[in-house]
Design a binder for this molecule. Sequence first.
Ligand code: ZN
Length: 449
Amino acid sequence: MTSTERTRTYWLEHAWLGTHVEPGVAVTVADGRVLAVRREVPAPPPGAEILRGLTLPGLANAHSHAFHRALRGTVQVGSGTFWTWREVMYSVADRLTPETYLDLARAVYAEMALAGITAVGEFHYVHHAPGGTPYADPNAMGEALIEAAAEAGIRITLLDTCYLSSGFGEPPGTHQLRFSDGTAEAWAQRSSLLKERDHARIGAAIHSVRAVPADQLATVARWAEERRAPLHVHLSEQTAENDACQQAHGRTPTALLAENGVLGPRTTGVHNTHLTDEDIALLGRSRTGTCMCPTTERDLADGIGPAAALQRAGSPLSLGSDSHAVVDLLEEARAMELNERLRTHTRGHWTAAALLRAATADGHAALGWDDTGRIEAGARADLATIALDSVRTAGPLPRLGAETAVFAATAADVRHTIVGGRHVVRDGAHTLVPDVPRALARAAEALRA
Ligand SMILES: [Zn+2]
């Protein structure tokens, strides 16, 4: 087959081109990448595949724990805190095997594809069998996630997570034994065995300053630096973490990370909720990214992070569905703005364009996919098309600026998802995983006690 035979053209009724919406855009794709973008094409060229609605670059879900999807609903009964929620979450983690995790993650990533997500950052720490015994393949769990993403048709950055302690100076608890490699050096050896593929990048994560002792932080940072890989870390999601860090080290988690060489432009702090002014300045100056997960942060009663101040200080923003209370990047994007409105009693902190940038180009960059998240020649052909004629989006949107659909559309409005030029979702149906709701139900059922 010649390269010409592999060329295909999409006609986008409306296209988000990073700064504005353009009607009638032809996108030619070959070998998974955009060859050319032609504007002012009022009608579909012969043979073109028609994408009706508003086509965005594919959405990046920069923070995911796939197994948390099995908790949906069950954790909405009763009251409690982040810490009581965590006990329920651990009981599901206890029951995961490489086989059940593959089934669950395939369904979860298929749900993401249906929501227009073309790349996921999987913050992965359930490494070993219960009790901490390594599997015959020490990366059996991580490999299950990489395989799940392939079968669901999306890209993954496996953020292999170092998790060594239950708190400052505390060994891992019973539930956490399967998360721990013992030392950062042992974590590095195991992680180094993971191989990148076409759809998969390997990055690193520090679970949190609670879970990685200060003297081991630099080992993880060095591993990521040597590979020029993304490095993510849960940061100041809860005030209890800040208090314990102050008690153990006399400084904030952000200051501790800065001292140990963790911050920098390839690093992303996840949540960044309870920060001091100096923390914000440290993150901004070092160009460390911020991944906000607003639907999880409100679900877990975390608080509202200072996303606007972080961005002003120089921290690029990305978005994640984290615990998958819902999987909807459009909701994550508008929630960031709407939270800020509630906090400040003023509107208009981010434009629709700025929210889309966090959900696309900057989200991909946080996951190490620098050539994705834009509709332009040379970029990977990852696209998500949102219906503009649903009950939520019908009306004057195209005339006003169709990108404002980010304030009204939901994951249910995603009509097409294209990854590397391949239709993974067509007309709202997944092309690789036949019945996603059923797959989710079965996988969650298999993990029930
Ligand atoms: Zn998380």
